[in-house]
Design a protein around this ligand. Sequence first.
Ligand code: NOJ
Length: 560
Amino acid sequence: MSTERTENAPAVGLSPDPQWWRQAAVYQIYPRSFADADGNGIGDLRGITERVPYLRELGVDAVWLSPFYPSDLADGGYDVADYRDVDPKIGTLEDFDAMVEALHAAGIRLIVDIVPNHTSDQHAWFQEALAAGPGSPARDRYIFRDGQGPDGAEPPADWTSIFGGPAWTRVQDGQWYLHSFAPEQPDLNWDNPEVRADFLTTLRFWSDRGVDGFRIDVAHGLAKDLPDQLPTQAQLDEMPIDGTHPLWDRDEVHEIYAEWRKVFDSYDPPRTAVAEAWVEADRRPAYASPKGLGQAFNFDLLSAHFDARSFEDIVSFNTDLAARSGSSSTWVLSNHDVVRHATRYGLPEVPGRTDKETGVAWILSGGTEPQLDAERGLRRARAATLFELALPGSAYLYQGEELGLHEVADIPDEDRQDPTFFRSPGVDKGRDGCRVPLPWTREGSSFGFGPDGAHLPQPQWFGRYAVEAEEADEDSTLSLYRRALAARRELQGAEELEWIETGDAQVLAFARPGGWVCVTNFSDQPVRLPEALAGEVVLGSAAASSSGTVPAEATLWLRH
Ligand code: NOJ
C-alpha cells in the first residue's frame, strides 16, 4: 500500500487558521472497525496511527473519532465508563498522545466524541449510586424515581427508550432509573452541579492533550424538566418540541453550552464543537451559535431522496440557516448510525418513503427485499459526494464511503452487536451493517484489517472494495475522493454559492468563487451540458462518453 505523500496531501503541520473548521472535510473514524494493530479483532488507536499516511493522502482536514473510552460496548462505545481514559481493548493514553502527534504532524486536526446525556452503567458514579441507595447525593447525579403502584413495582412512567423497550429500569432496592437509550446507559441529571463541573474537567483534559474539537452526542437531550407527576408516552408524543418539551431540546440546554464555550475559548486556537441535535431545523442555529457549540449537524441530505428538487431546497435552506447563526453549513451523507449512502441510493424508490426509510426496510429484510441495484447506488453515491464536496461548509465523511462500500445486510443474528437489534427484539437489524471492519487488502485475514480476524464478519465481496484494489485503479471511488479532496482545497475561499439556471429540472448547477461550477444530472439519461456552463472539466463522478455532456446520475466539476 502506498504511503508516499502526493500532491493531494495537505502541507505538513496544522494550518494556523482558527476558523479551520468552517469548511473542513472531516473523516469519521469508528475506531473499533478501522484498523487493528494488536490483533485482538477490535480496531485500535495504534491502527489509526499506522494509517495516518492513508488519511493524509486521502486529503482530509480533520478526523472525528467516535468513542474510544473504556466501555462494555453495550452501545458500541456510546456507553462510557470513564471519560478521561482509553479503553484497554483499543489502547492507552500514550497511544492516544502518539496518535494526536502523528495526525497533527500530517496537518490533520482531531475531533473527539463526548457523550454527556448518559454514562455507562459501569461508570464509577452509577456503581456508587446503586450502592448508596435512595435519596443519596450519588443517586442525584442520575434520574432515579420511585415506581408506581402499591409496592412501586410499576415503572414511574410507560416511556419507551429510543432503542425500543422500556426507558425505566428497576434496581435492587426497588427504585427506577431513566435511560433514554439502552438500560446500560443511565441518563445523567444535568441539574446536578457536580455533573456540570465534571464535564468541564473532561473538556479541559482532552483539550490539554491536543484535541482540536468535540462532537457532542445527543446534544439536545441534556436539559430535562420532569414534574412529580410524569406525563405518559402518549402525552409526550403530543407535546411540541419547541423548547418546552420535558425531555428534548429544552431552551436551558444552551446555558450548559455557554459554559462549555468559555472553556473552548480559553484555548488558542479555540476548541470547536459540533452538535448532534435531532431538532427542528429552525432550532439548529441556537446549537450552532458562536456563543454555544459553534456548529450543528444537518442531516437533511442524509434523510432525502437522490432528487434534484430535494437537494436544491436542502442546500438553499441550510446555507441561509447557517449564515443566520454565524456558523457554516454541515453536510452528511453517511455515518455510523445509518445505511451507507451507496446502498440507500441503489434501492427502488418507495412513494411516501425517504431513501433512508427504504434503506432501513431493506436492512430489516436481511438485504433481500427490495432488491439492491449496487452499481446504480454507487454511481449515485459518487455523484452525491461530489455535489456535497463542492458545497460551502464542512463535509463529514464516514470511513469506508471513500471506498464506495455498501452496507453489509446479511450479518448472522448471532454476530450482531447493536442494542437496537436486541431490544426490538430481533425485528430491527440495527446498525452493524455500516460498522463492519474496513477492507485494506484484497485477501488475507480480515482483508488486512488486522492480523487475526474482525469483530464483525466481513463478506467475500469486501475484497473488491479494498484500499489495495482501489489504489491501483484510477477510476476507483478512492481515487475520485482523493482527487476531489485535493481540488476542494482550492474551493475553500468565500462561503458563497450561486445557483445557475439549467433549464432542466433534473439538472442542478451552482457556481463557487474562483470560476468553479458544479453540475449534477439526477436523471438516468445523459444530458447536454448547457452552453452557459461550458468550461474545463476538472473532475467527474463518471466518465462522459462525449464531450459537452453530463453522464446519467453524475456530477462534474468545471472551471471557467
Ligand atoms: C447517537 C450516536 O450517534 C449513536 O450511535 C448512539 O447510539 C446514540 N447517540 C446514543 O449515545
